[in-house]
Design a protein around this ligand. Structure first.
Ligand code: SAM
Length: 451
């Protein structure tokens, strides 16, 4: 952790929250001969050990160990950057007092974030660090790994993305015994306050020796971490990671199409013939439309239309509004306002189709998915996924990407259900491997060569 930190900064001060016997702070004092050393420790006996350790190693003159709660610490402003380093305590929420749970919720709210009362003490330490740290400060903490995935860990995940500026996350497998005597997964998080890196370095290590200087194994875009409810899956390499390839999620977001809640109402037909054309959108509503497209969807007229009304209906002129009202009366009589989906929309009448996706994909069939370049600018409902490039891709790259995916994706990569039905959730589709750069796709390399 110190090797990693020294590649990031020369700190004017090192703060170790929950300093214990000061093994981290002593190592930091050796690594940074000019830094002030600050330990904060709740347990007075541990604080005496820390002071003794610092004195015995000749570091006492620039060290201070305060007895107190880290969440109430006062850290005077200094000239220069601070490194927050340590091994915050692992205490489950049952043992934390009500006043601290309230502190967690109200302090998180100041950052515009929500906190769960089930959060363990290490979550409190991340939040306190976000309170004290200034832009440019750096942190390296080793903690238990649950916050990567559990609901109460969301606060840490959001703090790391929005406030603390995560740069690297290393998950240590339980077999490596990161906390001696306890078979648990640990995670080392390196952050730089105020940084918003495009991607964050991730790695899993099976043995402590493999940690080296915390070099990440691969980079994952921050948008993927923002979208994921659990981070552990992103720390696992796709099984057949290949040189020069990245996960599709690095190039594109994958979104399932909108659920209408009542296709017989919202897919246009005779019952909607009277509606203004501005509320009708050619859409892929059946997987077979994509299977039949031969890789390129060119003719919107071959598709059915979906009725997608805006939330605000006052923008229509009287005549159009009249037609819409008539249609909505019919829709209501068919129960279109009362289903679960309709009741959970902003307005029950507004399906809210996504923008046309440059590439559309099937995701559930007894055969591998097909990926189709959507030249028809068709919308899609929930029988398809849409691939939205994170950065603009030129036409040759889009076509090569779609073709590459169609040729290389097998049913074995999705989840197979009884009867051979294979399904790809959007996050699973984002894990498919594709050639690294759009340029590679655009360079004229034929997809056959790449497969
Ligand atoms: C996991 S130990 C780490 C000790 C030391 N850094 C090490 O790695 O050996 C956590 C330390 O935090 C202290 N601690 C617990 N709650 C605290 C709090 N609210 N504020 C400050 N220190 C606390 C504990 O007494 C313990 O010494």
């Amino acid at each position: 952790m110190l090797t990693w930190a020294s590649a990031q900064l020369q700190p004017a001060r090192v703060v170790d929250p929950g300093v214990g016997s000061a093994r981290f702070l002593v190592a930091a004092g050796r690594q940074f001969p000019d830094a002030d050393l600050v330990g904060i420790e709740l347990d007075p006996l541990a604080a005496i050990l820390a002071r003794g350790h610092l004195a015995a190693t000749g570091l006492a003159a620039r060290a201070i160990v305060n007895v107190g709660d880290y969440r109430e610490a006062t850290l005077p402003p200094i000239d220069g950057r601070t490194l927050y380093l340590g091994n915050p305590p692992y205490v489950r929420h049952h043992l934390l007092g009500q006043q601290w749970k309230r502190w967690l919720v109200s302090t998180a709210r100041k950052h515009g974030l929500e906190a769960s009362q089930l959060a363990g003490l290490h979550v409190h330490f991340f939040l306190a660090t976000a309170e004290y740290a200034r832009s440019g400060d750096v942190g390296a903490f080793i903690t238990a790994a649950e916050w990567l995935d559990v609901n109460y860990g969301r606060l840490v995940r959001e703090l790391l993305l929005e406030v603390l500026g995560a740069r690297t996350i290393h998950v240590i497998e339980p077999a490596a015994m990161p906390f001696p005597g306890t078979a648990t997964t640990a995670v080392i998080t390196g952050f730089e306050v105020g940084a918003r890196p495009k991607s964050i370095g991730l790695r899993r290590v099976a043995a402590l020796d493999d940690l080296d200087s915390l070099e990440a194994e691969w980079d994952v875009r921050r948008e993927r971490l923002e979208a994921a409810h659990r981070w552990t899956p992103l720390t696992r390499a796709a099984p057949e990671k290949r040189e020069g390839f990245v996960e599709l999620g690095e190039l594109c977001r994958v979104h399932r199409g909108q659920v209408t809640g009542a296709n017989r109402v919202w897919i246009a037909g005779l019952h909607s013939a009277d509606l203004p054309t501005s509320v009708l959108f050619h859409s892929v509503t059946k997987a077979r439309e994509l299977f039949a497209a031969g890789g390129l969807l060119t003719d919107p007229a071959s598709l059915r239309q979906v009725v997608d009304l805006p939330v605000d209906l006052d923008r229509f002129n009287r005549e159009d509004r009249h037609r819409i009202d008539r249609f909505l009366k019919l829709a209501k009589s068919l129960g279109a306002d009362s289903g679960f989906i309709a009741r959970n929309r902003k307005a029950w009448w507004s399906v809210g189709l996504r923008d046309p996706a440059p590439i559309l994909a099937t995701y559930m069939a007894r055969r591998p998915p097909v990926f189709v370049r959507n030249l028809a600018a068709a919308r899609h409902i929930n029988i398809a996924h849409g691939l939205y490039p994170r950065e603009p891709l030129g036409e040759p790259a889009l076509r090569a990407l779609a073709e590459f995916l169609s040729r290389s994706t097998t049913i074995f990569q999705g989840r197979t259900y009884a009867g051979g039905l294979t399904k790809f959730e959007p996050r699973e589709m984002e894990r498919l491997l594709v050639p690294r750069a759009a340029e590679l796709l655009a360079s004229g390399l034929s997809p056959e060569v790449l497969v």
